[in-house]
Design a protein around this ligand. Structure first.
Ligand code: SF4
Length: 219
């Protein structure tokens, strides 16, 4: 019993995991949205990794973990996790600087709420100055009304802020991708148009198996 508990604890606090030849960093389980399709509602993690954190890792703990890895094995290091990385913006910036000083490519996967979460900062300039190579933003709706219904953001003007964030990141010279989850409620082609207007790349994501099962089960 005790052994099982210890194992669970170790598995729960996954700071990083490997997939698609990338290294993914898990900074937080918190988020400024509550998407109906969020993996957090259906599973404890992805690719067999339990991403529940009993404690969010400090910058020092993340760097210590990264020091022990051969980072040249990965195409890129990605801030993602079972939550929104920009809720820990100072950690994202510090770890990005550390990685860039070692010549590692870095990507941020985000819900695009960074400016709402960190209103005191010029978040795009901060990311640019830290050396962020690429930003992938979950849009997931062709309109504000749809976004509020599907993603249930904490902040009022979240959808407009996401569009602004993508536009500013592009203008700052950070290559940016807009993503949508493939579910019937989302008009993917209209989202593609929004993405084109923003000058962003576009990517359709497949819903996690756990979320698909749960949503199908509720229909
Ligand atoms: S933005 Fe991402 S982490 Fe946040 S609730 Fe939506 S799917 Fe989950």
């Amino acid at each position: 019993m005790v052994i099982r508990n210890v194992r669970t604890l170790i598995r729960m606090n996954t700071i990083y995991y490997e997939a698609h030849n990338n290294l993914y960093l898990n900074l937080t389980n918190r988020c400024s949205a509550d998407c109906v399709f969020c993996i957090r509602n259906f599973a404890d993690g992805v690719y067999g990794y339990d991403l529940r954190l009993s404690k969010e890792p400090t910058t020092e703990e993340i760097l210590e973990a990264l020091e022990g890895l051969d980072l040249s094995n990965y195409r890129e290091v990605v801030f993602t996790g079972l939550g929104e990385p920009t809720l820990r913006f100072d950690v994202v910036l510090a770890v990005t600087r550390w990685l860039k000083s070692r010549g590692i490519r870095v990507r941020l996967d985000t819900n695009g709420h960074a400016a709402l979460i960190n209103p005191e900062l010029d978040v795009v300039s901060e990311l640019k100055n830290a050396g962020m190579d690429f930003i992938s933003v979950s849009l997931n709706a062709e309109s504000e009304e749809k976004y509020n219904k599907l993603c249930r953001p904490v902040h009022k003007n979240a959808y407009r802020e996401i569009l602004d964030f993508v536009k500013k990141a592009g203008e700052a010279g950070i290559p940016t991708r807009v993503t949508v989850v493939k579910i019937p409620e989302i008009d993917v082609e209209k989202c593609r148009q929004v993405s084109e207007e923003l000058g962003s790349e576009f990517h359709i994501r497949t819903l996690s198996e756990a979320a698909s099962k749960e949503i199908r089960g509720n229909n």
